[in-house]
Design a protein around this ligand. Structure first.
Ligand code: ADP
Length: 372
């Protein structure tokens, strides 16, 4: 875990004359605030990279280029970081040039202007406020790191649990099946009913752990975006796996030209499979029609899986992508509530988005974007 270093509690001072800087440093030294004097703006950037709690800078010590460079460095900082800058403004009347500079400096984000001549107590108070703000940021960093670690632990636990549970559940399914088939005559109706409950439970658990495993695996998809692959094969793979359900329900599946996209085949197949199997599961009494579309959109491919099924009320359009979020009981529709969460994870790993547009009783369109 990240430990706050000595560098991270110091105040960096950039003032044009050595005398100014020494004076500021001396003022702060009286209050036990550690300081470091930077001799140039590039020196300031080097020191910032090692860590700092705040920066005290005289306005005339930085040129517009320096401000740009500092701004670029700040952009590379993690979201929790918002380092406070205290700017001592130039003496004399403000001109167009000085107000422009003030505007540029303001762009650095967390900036406080102190007009000179400034009293030592004012500097001291401003620095204390800045340090307090920075301490809060360090606390947020610590909390974020703790959360990230806890989250990684949970993911690891979910992965290990779902992986290791597969075999015992499989055994339950196999042996309850064998019992029903081979000892059918030795059990009365009540015994058979109990056994069927065991069988049903094992089947549901099998599906649940398989989905959980797929969900945790989706978190480990490599970051780099692969070379484009044809999308025909993954779609055919998904349709083949769902062939029985498609035939039994006389589903009409249509699709247009299928482009090449930058995603691993296995993940695209999983997306199609989850979305098409949902379209089949949540069908209405009408003849089910599913269409798959792809269109180029702002340098990406926008995919759509459309159905004319039961649809989803607008207030649930976001919620359905949550883990274990289901809109129906398992007596109505079987399911684990993980399918769409897996889709969301996969799409987000490829820096895309997924959402649904749907009207109850009319049908749903699930859209997702993928890199072109
Ligand atoms: P599951 O289908 O296992 O419940 P999902 O994560 O795949 O889990 O879907 C979450 C919920 O979203 C479903 O329970 C269902 O209520 C709703 N849903 C998903 N796809 C559709 C669809 N094509 N039409 C209507 N509702 C859907």
């Amino acid at each position: 875990m990240y430990r706050q270093s000595d560098f991270e509690i110091r105040v960096l001072i950039l003032a044009p004359t050595g005398r100014d800087a020494a004076l500021l440093s001396k003022t702060l030294a009286l209050t036990d605030i550690p300081t470091e004097i930077c001799t140039s703006s590039s020196n300031l950037l080097d020191s910032l990279s090692c860590g700092a709690a705040a920066v005290l800078v005289a306005e005339e010590a930085v040129s517009p280029t320096d401000v740009n460079q500092i701004g670029a460095w700040l952009m590379s900082q993690p979201p929790w970081s918002d380092i406070p800058f205290i700017v001592l403004t130039s003496t004399g009347r403000s001109s167009h040039a000085t107000s422009l500079k003030a505007l540029e400096l303001q762009g650095l984000g967390n900036v406080t202007f102190l007009e000179r001549p400034v009293r030592p107590e004012t500097i001291e108070a401003a620095v204390h406020t800045a340090l307090r703000a920075r301490r809060r940021q360090y606390e947020i960093r610590l909390r974020q790191e703790t959360l990230t670690l806890a989250y990684a632990d949970l993911e690891q636990f979910a992965y290990a649990a779902s992986h290791d549970l597969q075999e015992p559940i499989r055994n339950m399914a196999i042996y309850s099946d064998l019992l029903i088939r081979e000892y059918h005559g030795q059990l009365d109706e009540k015994g058979l009913t109990f056994l069927r409950y065991v069988q049903d439970g094992a089947e549901r658990m099998e599906k649940l752990v398989a989905d959980l495993l797929a969900y945790t695996k989706a978190a480990t998809i490599a970051d780099e975006i692969p070379e484009p692959v044809g999308s025909g094969k993954p779609l055919q793979g998904a349709l083949l796996n769902l062939a029985d359900a498609i035939r039994q329900n006389e589903v009409e599946v249509t699709y247009g030209p299928l482009p090449a996209v930058r995603i691993r085949e296995i993940h695209l197949q999983q997306l199609f499979q989850n979305l098409i199997s949902n379209a089949i599961k949540y069908r209405s009494a009408r003849k089910l029609k599913i269409s798959i579309t792809a269109a180029q959109d702002d340098g990406q491919w926008l995919w759509g899986v459309h159905d004319n099924g039961i649809g989803i009320k607008p207030e649930y359009h976001k919620r359905v992508f949550g883990l274990f979020k289901r809109l129906h009981g398992s007596d109505e529709y079987s399911g684990t509530g993980i399918g769409l969460a897996i889709c969301q994870r996969i799409v987000e790993r490829y820096r895309g988005r997924i959402w649904v547009d749907s009207k109850p009783e009319q049908g749903s369109s699930f859209f997702f974007t993928l890199p072109a």
